[in-house]
Ligand binder design. Structure first.
Ligand code: URA
Length: 288
């Protein structure tokens, strides 16, 4: 009995720490440093080494061999930086070549530049009407989204559905996606490198859906797509422009508080209600 309780406690601790998926039969220790590469000793010179004149080789000891002089090389950029740039270039090329949402999904499925792909179960691409005037962009899938392969279907998604219903919209009236298509382990905040690697995909996603209005759900989407360092409390509550090279015209964008945050801070729902009314008004004006 005691053992069973310990096991339950351990499982609870895992779940609370964000370890809520069994990915493989055997655990992988990703913190373990890779085995150092074994360096082969350089071959000894074959030419006879001459003794300096007048120095007797008293006991027949072999002469000391001096290592070859080290030639200084140009400093190399840190490895992470190189791979981050490579990942961004490969994402840019793949995104640019995608001429439809299907092609974009395929390009993302083949992309190897974001390590989150290794730990996620699904590629969460998008949901809703691809011809919608209103496009919502969140941060990254959570556990339920990863399980179902659809964005915003967990607790935050259920609240988002209620927020839409409050302004007479359903999921099928809008298009929903995320900055990142793969779930960060334990729902941690994505790193700058992960966001940068996937950025060309979300930019192309916006171009292909070509919405009339963009809703940036939460601080990560707002900061990144509005290219600002300001927090969500400053960017919310006003209309801003999403602009990128190649867009015919900037897209009006509105940042809103993330439903995950609203679940934890229900008092902020009031602010969000005001934002939703403004969005409804703008959408009605656009549709006229
Ligand atoms: N949070 C997000 O930002 N996106 C989802 O899809 C789910 C939760």
């Amino acid at each position: 009995m005691v053992q069973e309780n310990n096991a339950t406690e351990l499982l609870r601790w895992y779940v609370e720490s964000g370890i809520d998926e069994a990915l493989e039969e055997q655990p992988v220790n990703r913190f373990k440093a890779p085995e150092p590469a074994i360096q082969k000793p350089s071959p000894l010179p074959t030419a006879p080494v001459s003794q300096p004149e007048g120095v007797a080789d008293a006991g027949g000891t072999p002469p000391a061999i001096m290592p070859p002089p080290v030639t200084p090389t140009a400093p190399r950029p840190p490895k992470e930086l190189v791979s981050r740039n490579e990942a961004m270039k490969s994402a840019r090329d793949a995104a640019k070549a995608a001429d439809s949402l299907e092609a974009l999904r395929e390009a993302m499925a083949n992309f190897e530049g974001c390590p989150l792909k290794q730990t996620a179960k699904s590629l969460v691409f998008g949901d809703g009407a691809t011809s919608a005037n209103l496009m919502f962009i969140g941060e990254a899938p959570g556990a339920e989204e990863d399980r179902q392969g659809l964005p915003f279907v967990g607790p935050a998604g259920q609240l988002l559905d209620r927020m839409l219903a409050a302004i007479s919209l359903q999921r099928s009236d809008v298009y929903i996606t995320n900055m990142l298509p793969w779930r960060p382990p334990g729902n941690r905040t994505p790193t700058d490198s992960e966001i940068a690697a996937c950025m060309p995909f979300i930019e192309r996603h916006i171009e292909l859906v070509s919405p009339k209005i963009l809703i940036l759900v939460g601080g990560t989407a707002a900061k990144t797509l509005l290219n600002t360092t300001q927090g969500i409390m400053r960017t919310r509550g006003k209309w801003l422009d999403y602009n990128r090279e190649g867009l015919a015209t900037p897209i009006p964008a509105r940042a809103i508080l993330h439903p995950d945050y609203l679940l934890r801070s229900p008092a902020q729902k009031r602010e969000t209600w005001m934002d939703l009314l403004e969005i409804q008004q703008r959408l009605n004006d656009t549709n006229q």
